[in-house]
Write a protein that binds this ligand. Structure first.
Ligand SMILES: Cc1ncc(C[n+]2csc(CCOP(=O)(O)OP(=O)(O)O)c2C)c(N)n1
Length: 186
């Protein structure tokens, strides 16, 4: 499956109580073009989806914070998974979409293949963790289980690199922040 197909499968599983934090580059574009707006679309700031998600989860315990991150972004901000595992916010869900490359900047290889994600995530005693290949027959069930588990959760899915050429998000970071603050403080 492609990342955009996984993201599309989230459409029927989320509601207005959920806040998505998407990693910079292609994933933010896919989220912008596929899911209800506004969400926290990171732009430029690589490595920050998990730290931003953790902060939002701590500050908004009544909301479910769903981080959608590429493997490059996840690996760049790796320390924050340890901090998240320490605090274990039940409302923090981390979805890692692993295409083994920095697709956004031209497809350079990441070091993701060096990691056994099953063992890696389990080693932090994350309440719910899974690592598997995204499959059309299973995706809805996998996402439902991941989102509805009553613990801090992580789901690592291997995906195919996208081929979409989506137009960039037309909102500046300041605009994104204003819109999301308005949503969170409503
Ligand atoms: C600190 C920093 N380094 C490099 C970049 C350039 N950059 C933007 S997106 C990206 C790739 C992100 O890779 P990944 O999270 O795996 O997502 P994918 O593009 O594969 O969907 C890179 C290298 C950046 N924005 N910031």
């Amino acid at each position: 499956m492609k990342g955009i197909e996984v993201i599309s499968a989230l459409k029927n599983l989320i509601d207005e109580n959920d806040v998505i934090v998407s990693s910079n580059g292609n994933i933010s574009r896919e989220v912008f073009h596929t899911l209800p707006r506004p969400q926290v679309y990171l732009r430029g700031s690589m490595g920050l989806p998990v730290p931003v998600g953790l902060g939002l989860a701590q500050a908004n315990p009544d909301k479910r914070i769903i981080v959608i991150t590429g493997d490059g972004n996840f690996l760049m901000g790796l320390g924050s998974i340890v901090t998240s595992a320490f605090y274990k916010p039940k409302n923090l869900k981390i979805l890692i979409l692993d295409n083994a490359q920095y697709y956004t900047t031209g497809g350079q290889q990441t070091v993701s293949s060096a990691i056994n994600y099953t063992k890696f995530l389990e080693s932090f005693a994350i309440g719910y963790s899974q690592s598997k290949k995204a499959s059309p027959d299973q995706i809805e069930e996998d996402l439902t289980e991941f989102l509805n588990s009553d613990t801090f959760s992580a789901l690592h899915l291997t995906i195919q690199a996208s081929k979409e050429n989506l137009v960039n998000i037309p909102w500046h970071p300041e605009e994104i922040a204003e819109k999301i603050i308005a949503r969170l403080t409503k």
